[in-house]
Write a protein that binds this ligand. Structure first.
Ligand code: SF4
Ligand code: SF4
Length: 372
């Protein structure tokens, strides 16, 4: 059994349903169906277990969490349990009455994703007509309600030229934080990589834009920016290290060390339907498999950064090498790094494919009514 400390945060993926079709969505390629979603009572129990385990924050996410009719109940329960509550949303379903009900329940923070600053391109990327205008309106409502706002901007070769405008937009909307998230290439994003991957030059420019903005906006806007893995020299500590700080519950109740972990075959995930969160955190096979450093191969095993980046991202290692236990190819010390760079160069210089492979949740006839 592990001696891991408590997780800091829980990502509660309430549903995989979502009206948008983002081609880089981090949800798995096979989406959970409505009939498999946890019911309200189970989520309430899980929230209690998370608080008892020492979790400090719960992020209500999806898919689009606003499609769950019990969202206010879950937020209220989390707040009463002493957890900080954050709603991660596309915001296209957020209107004033719904926001008010969530705020009354105890919502403290809202994170809204934007696909671009140019409305036509934003709607094209999201695969949702009129979405950008709805997001702008929702962001204003959030600030008018006095709630904390974070803007999440997923950047890639089809919107990176508008990075400065995205920073300005976050400022105008009154966000306290802007997350500039470069696409991570697994799941849906891997299927769309040649449509999304920027060139090294474009990334270099983005780094300069962010550095200047951080200087200019000190004390007004916090900007998070992680350089895309494909152009990094060393990988980031994905999720702060596997099974060290975060846990993710998929709509069906499977507990994952990260939201993309279902892309790793032969990894057994426990479900909150069968075990408590405490038991799963302590010794679930999926959590133990890459926890700490003893699982590491060379060159990680003898590397002085092994407790800094924990060997990088397991999902990326799986996607690019076929082995989730390999050193992340984003690391220059990985034997796969040169191939990764060559792929990035070739795809970022190639003509952009005419269309995205959109992520779509196709509703089945029996899914007209949601259980919650
Ligand atoms: S990334 Fe886009 S499609 Fe995926 S859940 Fe978020 S808003 Fe929906
Ligand atoms: S060899 Fe492993 S531990 Fe060392 S920097 Fe690369 S990924 Fe990190």
């Amino acid at each position: 059994m592990s001696t891991a400390g408590p997780p800091l945060a829980l990502l509660a993926e309430l549903t995989h349903r979502c009206p948008l079709g983002c081609p880089y969505c981090s949800n798995p390629l096979t989406l959970d169906r409505v009939r498999d979603e946890l019911d309200t009572a189970t989520w309430l129990r899980v929230i209690d277990e998370a608080a008892a385990l020492g979790v400090l924050q719960v992020h209500f996410s999806g898919g689009e969490p606003l499609v769950r009719r019990d969202l206010a109940t879950l937020i209220g329960h989390a707040r009463a349990a002493g957890l900080y509550t954050n709603l991660i949303t596309s915001a296209v379903l957020l209107d004033a009455p719904r926001l008010a009900s969530l705020q009354v329940a105890g919502l403290e923070h809202v994170q809204i994703s934007f696909q671009d600053t140019e409305p036509g391109n934003a709607d094209r990327i999201a695969g949702f007509q009129g979405g950008h205008e709805k997001k702008l309106a929702a962001a204003r409502m959030v600030r008018e309600a006095g709630l904390a706002l974070t803007i999440n901007a997923v950047m890639h070769r089809q919107n990176l030229g508008h990075l400065s405008e995205m920073i300005d937009l976050a400022l105008v909307l009154g966000a306290g934080r802007l997350e500039i998230a470069h696409v991570q290439y697994y799941g849906w994003a891997l299927s769309n990589r040649s449509s999304l991957i920027p060139s090294r030059e474009e990334v270099r420019n983005a780094v300069a834009v962010v550095a200047a903005a951080r200087e200019r906006l000190k004390g007004r806007l916090v900007i998070d920016h992680v350089v895309p893995d494909y152009y990094a020299h060393r990988p980031k500590a994905c999720m702060g290290g596997w099974a060290r700080q975060f846990m993710n519950i998929a709509p069906s109740g499977l507990v994952l060390p990260c939201h993309a972990a279902q892309g790793i075959p032969n990894l057994r995930f426990d479900s909150v339907k069968e075990r408590s969160l405490r038991e799963i955190w302590a010794d679930s096979e999926a959590f133990e498999r890459f926890r700490g450093t003893s699982w590491m191969p060379e060159p990680c095993r003898s590397c002085d950064r092994r407790e800094i980046d924990f060997g990088g991202c397991r999902c990326q290692a799986m996607a690019l090498t076929g082995d989730a236990g390999a050193t992340d190819p984003a690391c220059a010390l990985s034997p796969h790094h040169a191939r990764l760079l060559a792929t990035a160069k070739a795809e970022s210089e190639a003509v952009i494919p005419p269309s995205f492979v959109y992520r779509r949740y196709a509703k089945m006839p029996h899914e007209e009514e949601s259980p919650a």
